[in-house]
Write a protein that binds this ligand. Structure first.
Ligand SMILES: [Zn+2]
Length: 123
């Protein structure tokens, strides 16, 4: 058992450092936008515009969902850069959360293994 503890300890320390790095990435206060962006082709509504036959004006659409309700909004041209940036922050946040979950799962697995090794199995 004692031979196994040092490698487990160093792995746990490595995971802890990894966790701290990941936490640093999400524990900031910049606003983010929970949603996904897509570029669509639309019509503008002017009957004489070339888009009347083939939708050909590009527009960014933001899909979000709140309390189970989904919503699609056309992003105003002036907001496109900012919305893209906020959505990117959200994607990074989600990815970081998944990584944190993986670290926690690994920690738990190691600690459960250690508990099993230390168990006396009283007969
Ligand atoms: Zn048009």
């Amino acid at each position: 058992m004692n031979k196994r503890i040092p490698p487990i300890l160093s792995t746990l320390r490595r995971l802890q450092k990894q966790q701290a790095r990941l936490l640093k990435r999400v524990l900031v206060t910049d606003p983010l936008l929970c949603g996904s962006l897509s570029l669509v082709m639309r019509t503008c509504g002017k009957p004489n515009c070339h888009c009347a036959t083939t939708p050909s004006h590009e527009a960014w659409v933001l899909a979000t969902s709140r309390q189970g309700r989904s919503r699609c909004q056309v992003v105003r041209q002036n907001d496109v850069d900012e919305v893209q940036q906020r959505v990117a922050i959200y994607k990074d946040y989600r990815q970081t959360l998944r990584a944190l979950e993986a670290v926690a799962t690994e920690q738990k697995r190691l600690l459960r293994g250690l508990m099993e090794e230390r168990n006396l199995h009283y007969e």
